[in-house]
Design a protein around this ligand. Sequence first.
Ligand code: ZN
Length: 367
Amino acid sequence: MSRPPSPSPRLVRTVIPRHGEDIRSVAIRYAKLKRLTLDDLLIAGLRVKEGHLTSLPLKAALAETFAELAGLDAASLRKASFGQGMDGFEVFGSSADIDMLVPHWRRVAPGSLRSDGNEPWIRAHWQIACLPCDPDTGETLTHLCPACGAELTWIRVEDLYRCSRHRCRADLRQAEPRYASTRDREMSALMLGLLRREPSALERMPPVIARATQAEQVQFFSWLGALRPLVNGVIVPVGPFATFRGLGAALTYPASLDCMVRDLMAAHEERDPRFGRLVGAMEMRFRTRDLMGGRIKISVKERLDKLLFRDEVKGLALPPGKAMERRGQKRLVRFDHRAFLLSSQPTNAGWGRALSGLAERPILLAS
Ligand SMILES: [Zn+2]
């Protein structure tokens, strides 16, 4: 008995991925086209448990199995989406900081989904959490259902344009689109350009930042973005929001850092005229330790050396001791910032006692 001839590739129906489409969006559209439920595609087609769609971009073998099943090119599908990096995520081929993505979020722009007509699709770059809006349209992105307020996820999604909560199933395209300010749209375009390593975006940054790796840049933006509100006594966790705000400040680095340090020092001095400036300097040194090693960290440290040296020397100069008094000199104490902040073996017992109250807890400008 002869085997039936294999169908011509032109007769095999499959989806045509859109340029820059998230691989999970392609998979859902494919399931729809083949009249499969998502669980059928995952369990029978890809041989993974239900709910594994979220991690499709993170598992190269799974993505390849899907590409083969759907007759698509695995490399180009994966190129558009984020993936698994050496130590965390990879975005557009460069390793990315952990707070840049929340993989289980399905971020959408309702107005764009509506304008897609019969085949709404999800852009891979919408999933980058530090982009508040789509740079192409300026429409703000959301990961919350406008009807029920629940998180939009990739679990049990049957239609890309619906809330996947069983009781809700709201059509997201009905939501009124909201638009970001011109400045935020411009900054989103710049952020996306930087993530894609586009020369036109890199050229807009100060040289020391432009030459750093993508992971260094993003982490620096996050660090800088969390530093600014601290001046007003507000603690903002590092994360996507801070990352986006920090990009604006990074554009004018190092002037922006100088300004923040000056304000922070002034705020500390206002709170404690005697030790405030020294404490402010210690705090800046301590925070700098969080920066990823590289060009930017070296540059920030050099900048702080210039900005804080006088305060540190002045603050650490002790009243002359008996032996020194005759020569009319001041003693300078070697000081270990970390030991000081962690309250472990301050190098000078007197100072340890004087500042012990401060050293027992991280020094923050609490309100
Ligand atoms: Zn809902």
